[in-house]
Design a protein around this ligand. Sequence first.
Ligand SMILES: *Cc1c(COP(=O)(O)O)cnc(C)c1O
Length: 503
Amino acid sequence: MIKAGAGVARSSVVMGREEEPTIFSFSSSDHNPVKLRNTNVPSHDVGNEIPAAYLRSEHLPLPNVSERDVTAHFTRLTHRQYAVDLGAYPLGSCTMKYNPKMCDAVSALARFEGAHPNTPTEFVQAWLQVLYELEQALCEVAGMSGVTLQPAAGAAGELTGLLMMQAYHEAQSNPRKTIIIPDSAHGTNPASVTLGGYQTITVPTNDHGLVDVEALKKVVDEDVAGMMLTNPNTLGLFEQEIAKIAEIIHDAGAIMYYDGANLNAILGKCRPGDMGFDIVHMNLHKTFAVPHGGGGPGAGPVGVTEKLVDFLPGPRPIKIDDHYDWMTPSKSIGRVHGWHGNSLALLRAYSYILLNGSDGLRDVSERAVLNANYLRTKLRDSYDIPFDTTCMHEFVVSASSIKKETGVKAFDIAKALLDHGFHAPTMYFPLIVEEALMIEPTETESLETLDELAVALNAIATEASTPEGAESIRTAPHLTPVGRVDEAQAARALILTDDHPST
Ligand SMILES: *Cc1c(COP(=O)(O)O)cnc(C)c1O
């Protein structure tokens, strides 16, 4: 079946070193697709139920492949991937850390996994208890009074927070127009602001990589609905003047929003609520244990302080005596998810919280910060580090000098790292650093792995200093199943079948 020509070892095909054809090339009319036994369920003539205008006149050209070959094809494809379970994935901001398998096991328990979200509450008390207790735990972690578990990701949480902000200002008969965001913010922040019907005002970062408070004062007026602040910011630095910023924003009658996507930096150490924030979204898929990436389900619950609790989406789980039920807050902005959120992601996160306990969660953030600082100091001699002070869970290096001297760019370094068996860091973000590589080792990597990662990154910088080395890096990766692709075209002109590039 596999087109392993003469001289190509079968193992190299199976291990993903050879080209894998698309599923269409395995298709053949004499393959038996899965046969289901006769179930005695009467088959309906679809033609009677679907108007003729909506029926196809020809069969869809789907491949006809046996189950056995489908399994082999997709299993071979998985061998051509890099994944968190294979090794370090130092993606800054997007926090890809190893997730304990126990959390998967809990979320796969049949009684949780099998429950329909519309089951009457008396039959799913355990599910409601999990959601209720998770809300309590997140309130404790973030210093908030109430939480919605519905938002399906960080960006969905941002929009939810902004809609609550809007409802709050409207309830005060004082609708406002703008949201302030630092120039180091994650791209989802301004996108959510636009979706929420507001306009973005950008404040610059000062020489220390922190919000420029004097510049902030100049843009605050009575049209400002709120400020969205990422902390630690995308340079991996803890904002030093949050108390002062909160005072300026609150004096203008506006709301403080905490982008808590990377809460793994501060767990058990400090809380957005205690710093003066009114709203915080938490990426459970970056902070706790929820696999993500590739569009997989995440969860972006949003916590609010007392003055916003009535605006939370509903229904929320409540506890009355020993019984759990649903209730919708009095001024709720409504639903932001079809049911109760990505519930199995929520269950994973809650199992992670219980697994660690409060001391364990504090250890998580201490280790995340220690690992990042350790790696940062190991890279000092090879890379520019624009804000080379104690960082939180991540840091940003720049390949600016390397580029000037050798022509090798941050992009090339990221590609070359793949040949060393690591995933690439985040590149060209934050936008305020030239040739940025944003590195987050996370708390899950061992000292040995951090050393290996440092050796690899330093070796690439050294290799770049000779013309042959630089050329090799500019054409990397050389050892992965797929080498350099045209980054722009690869995402726009997907080749989904052997002979039909999509348009
Ligand atoms: C990841 C991230 C987001 C967006 O979260 P998604 O779950 O990807 O929508 C927002 N802000 C920051 C700082 C992030 O790192």
